[in-house]
Ligand binder design. Structure first.
Ligand SMILES: NC(=O)c1ccc[n+]([C@@H]2O[C@H](COP(=O)([O-])OP(=O)(O)OC[C@H]3O[C@@H](n4cnc5c(N)ncnc54)[C@H](OP(=O)(O)O)[C@@H]3O)[C@@H](O)[C@H]2O)c1
Length: 264
């Protein structure tokens, strides 16, 4: 890896983003890590630099703030960084009946999951195109293909990530930038995702993955140029099977399964 060639990972202070940072560092990739200010980013930077011979830069910023992505891009220009890989991982969600959640929360989710991701791709694509081979990974969710009642806005936002990524991939197919979308099932990261998975009791164990497993299969698939990655065999089978079920039946089933979210 050239000294000034970097992988950018958003949401890298914890969860799946942090696992991606370790996975990339292990493969000798220099990193530029992004997360909210006052976060655990500095700690992650220290852990990585003491374990791997890579350069780790951090850029604490709220990606939903106006001008934040532009300032991150300017930081890369000022430091003359080459960007070979962009991992748009930062995202957030909320569960509950649609009308019971504050509109403000929904706007935040769309700003982070969709607007910030589009801004990142738009700013960084020209830099990525300068490389002989480059990669964009966008973090969606299994919920992109299985719309979840009681998580309507999150599900919708991840559907946007999914469709956007496939479309962008096709546009870029004759160039050096390969675009991949990752669709994990539930992942044991923050207390909220654990609580929601636990609400399903034993069933959750079959589909639950660790952040490390998601990062490992995500990076492997990305480097192989895969279009869509669903980490975990059980989840892959579930997604395939559910495609065969008529929509009304599928949605009825999902509503019953996920009714536990309605009061969260
Ligand atoms: N966990 C799951 O079950 C699951 C399943 C499928 C898909 N996903 C997707 O995978 C991605 C990562 O999920 P996760 O569970 O690992 O998340 P997480 O543990 O909640 O971590 C989120 C990361 O994003 C950062 N972040 C949040 N808001 C931000 C903002 N406005 N600007 C910049 N950074 C921000 C956080 O920074 P701070 O540390 O500073 O807060 C943190 O580093 C998300 O896109 C999520 O939708 C998750």
């Amino acid at each position: 890896m050239k000294q000034n060639t970097f992988t950018i990972i958003t949401g890298a202070s914890m969860g799946i983003g942090k696992a991606f940072a370790f996975e990339c560092a292990e493969k000798g990739r220099n990193l530029l890590l992004v997360a909210l200010p006052d976060s655990k980013l500095e700690q992650v930077q220290r852990e990585l630099e003491s374990s791997f011979s890579v350069t780790v830069l951090i850029f604490p910023v709220d990606l939903t703030a106006i001008g934040s992505v532009k300032s991150l891009f300017q930081f890369c220009l000022d430091k003359k960084l080459s960007v070979q890989m962009l991992i748009n991982n930062a995202g957030m969600g909320v569960g509950g009946r649609f009308e019971n959640i504050a509109l403000e929360k929904y706007l935040q989710i769309m700003d982070l999951n969709n607007k910030a991701m589009v801004l990142m791709c738009h700013y960084f694509l020209p830099l990525l195109q300068k490389e002989s081979q480059a990669y964009i990974l966008n973090m969606s969710s299994m919920e992109a293909t299985l719309p979840l009642p009681y998580k309507a806005v999150y599900t919708g936002s991840k559907n946007f990530v999914y469709a956007f990524s496939l479309a962008l991939r096709e546009e870029q197919k004759n160039g050096p930038v390969s675009v991949t979308v990752v669709c994990p099932g539930p992942v044991s990261t923050n207390p909220d995702s654990l609580m929601r998975a636990n609400a399903h009791g034993n069933r959750a164990k079959w589909v639950m993955a660790s952040p490390e497993k998601v990062a490992k299969s995500g990076l492997e698939g990305l480097l192989k140029g895969k279009a869509v990655i669903v980490p975990g065999r059980v989840n892959q089978v579930l997604v395939r099977m559910m495609k065969l079920v008529p929509t009304s039946l599928k949605m009825n089933l999902l509503e019953r399964l996920f009714r536990v979210y309605s009061t969260h």
